[in-house]
Every structure is written in structure tokens, then in C-alpha cells.
Design a protein around this ligand. Structure first.
Ligand SMILES: [Zn+2]
Length: 310
């Protein structure tokens, strides 16, 4: 109940149509997809499907969206398999090899077992994420619990989870902290999906490197020894863009920054991207525009593959 009231109080900060127009003008151009190019499909929120034509990887795939009312009032929720099955078509018949999960809040992990089960993919994340996998009946051999900064290979991709911190969301607080210590069997309330520790995920490929920051908390120094061509930056719950520039983007020194997780996760996933309540998109675009000598900011269409590294 408390969470719901807090969420309601954030409604007046809803971003306006101006931001939506900027989003459209910054769309990453769609070029012809060559067989071995690294391409990415945005699934809304922090969800991505990544492929080099040989190996497919999901990161934080989440399509079972529920309305604010059900989330806030603690209704029991479960993955919507009809929607998951619909979204499986974005792989174009490829069999995904892995599903990576940045942290175990419901909007990052809830559907991960469904996507993993559809292609016998490895489900990868924290111990809490492993308990979500176990609750869905995924066998141990199909679960990988990550260690901080221990790289592992999936096809030509190398993934490294970097221990970070969750960004503050509700009045400066991190929602639903703690761990999931037992197999989590849905239906359960959104609050049952405890954070379980948050990670930035570095993905390296011979064609390029990118960082997925599913919940960009500020932890100074963690990116000092890393570089990335592209940063996928979740900006829902973000506190201020200047800190992100200083502690995340300046050390990583990307050419391109792609904002994600700013769309309304309480409404259906569709091509019309409505901003999430509480996300100050205008402030984000304004602050980022001062940085155009340092990096370009691009956006992605929802549900369409775009070439990331040709
Ligand atoms: Zn979260």
C-alpha cells in the first residue's frame, strides 16, 4: 500500500510529449543486417535481444507488464506466456544461448525463465536470479551464478558482470531490497522479487564492446579500468544526469549512449514509446545535449533489430 501511494505521488512528474518527439528524432538508423553484424532489438524496459547471426543472448527480457494498480497493491503476478511466446519471434528462428539478468526485480527477471526455457538457454545472474530460475523448474545445469568481474564466453561474446549498485527510485530509496533465498514460484507479488544485488554487464565481441547498465546507481571507480563503444543506460529511477556522466560515461568513454528503461512499464509494450512516470526526460536530453562533443545519444525502436556493430 505504501509503495502504491508513493507511486501515485510521482504521477504529476510524468514527462510530456516533447520528450517523445526527441526520442523519435534520435532513432539509430536502420541499416541492412549483414549475416555476421552484431544487432540488437530493444524489448522495452531494460530488455535486449542481441545476436551476431551465430549466437543469441537476451538481457533482462521483460514483456509481462502489469498495471500500476496491480503492482502497487501487491497483486499476485505471473509471467504471461502468451506474450513471451509472441516475443520469441524477434530471434528470427535463432536459438538463444543465454539469458543474462542484471538484478532480480520483477521487471528484469520475471520473464527470464520463460525465455530461457523456450530455447534451453543458460540463465545467468545472481543467487537470487538463480532462485527465480529454480522456482520456474529450470534445472541446475541450465543455471549459472555469476561472480563479480569473472568473464565467461557465449559464442563469440564474452560477458562480464560488474558489481554495481541499484539506482534510487522511490523518494531516493532503492525499492524491494534484499535477496530471494528460496525458489520463487509465481504467482507472487512484485515485491517478492527482491533486488538480489545489481550488476552492470559488459559484453565484448570482436566487432565491438558495450555495457548494459540495468539500474545505474553511482558507485565511483567501478568503471575506471573499462572502456565501451556503446552504453545502454537505464534512466528510470535515475537521480541526476550529471552524476551519471561523471561516474559512468566519462570513465567508459563510449561513442554512443542509448537510453533504455524510460518507457512506461505499467502499460503494454508497443511501438509508441510513452515515458515512465517520474522520469524527467527533458532534463536528460538537455544535459546530454551539452555532451555532444563527447558522445552521441541515440534511441532504439521497440521490437525491431538494429545493427550495433556492422
Ligand atoms: Zn530494479
Amino acid at each position: 500500500m505504501k509503495t502504491f501511494l508513493i507511486l501515485l505521488l510521482t504521477i504529476p512528474f510524468m514527462a510530456c510529449c516533447h520528450s517523445e518527439n526527441i526520442y523519435k528524432t534520435k532513432l539509430l538508423p536502420q541499416t541492412k543486417i549483414a549475416g555476421d553484424s552484431v544487432r540488437v532489438t530493444w524489448m522495452g524496459t531494460a530488455g535486449l535481444y542481441l545476436s551476431d547471426g551465430e549466437t543469441g543472448i537476451y538481457i533482462d527480457p521483460f514483456v509481462s507488464r502489469y498495471g500500476l494498480f496491480k503492482v502497487g497493491f501487491g497483486f499476485s503476478l505471473k509471467p504471461r506466456h502468451q506474450l513471451i511466446n509472441k516475443w520469441l519471434s524477434i530471434t528470427n528462428g535463432e536459438k538463444a544461448a543465454a539469458v543474462l539478468v542484471s538484478h532480480s526485480h520483477y521487471d528484469h527477471v520475471m520473464d527470464a525463465p520463460g525465455f530461457a526455457q523456450a530455447s534451453d538457454a543458460l540463465m545467468v545472474g545472481s543467487e537470487s536470479t538463480a532462485n527465480v530460475a529454480r522456482g520456474a523448474g529450470i534445472p541446475e545445469k541450465q543455471i549459472r551464478i555469476i561472480k563479480d568481474r569473472e568473464p565467461f564466453s557465449v559464442g563469440k561474446f564474452t560477458a562480464t558482470f560488474i558489481k554495481s549498485v541499484h539506482s534510487p527510485a522511490l523518494f531516493g530509496k532503492i525499492p524491494w531490497q534484499g535477496t530471494i533465498d528460496q525458489p520463487l514460484i509465481p504467482p507472487v507479488s512484485a515485491s517478492a522479487y527482491r533486488e538480489g544485488g545489481s550488476y552492470a554487464i559488459l559484453i565484448e565481441h570482436p566487432k565491438g564492446t558495450f555495457l548494459h547498465y540495468g539500474s545505474p546507481g553511482i558507485k565511483p571507480g567501478i568503471f575506471e579500468d573499462i572502456a565501451a563503444d556503446v552504453v545502454f543506460l537505464s534512466i528510470g529511477g535515475r537521480k541526476d544526469t550529471s552524476s551519471l556522466i561523471k561516474h559512468v560515461l566519462e570513465p567508459l568513454h563510449p561513442k554512443t549512449v542509448i537510453p533504455i528503461h524510460f518507457d512506461d512499464l505499467f502499460g503494454p509494450v508497443d511501438k509508441k514509446v510513452s515515458p515512465l512516470i517520474g522520469v524527467k526526460m527533458d532534463e536528460f536530453w538537455e544535459t546530454m545535449s551539452d555532451q555532444e562533443d563527447a558522445f552521441e545519444v541515440k534511441t532504439l525502436p521497440i521490437g525491431e533489430a538494429v545493427v550495433l556493430f556492422p
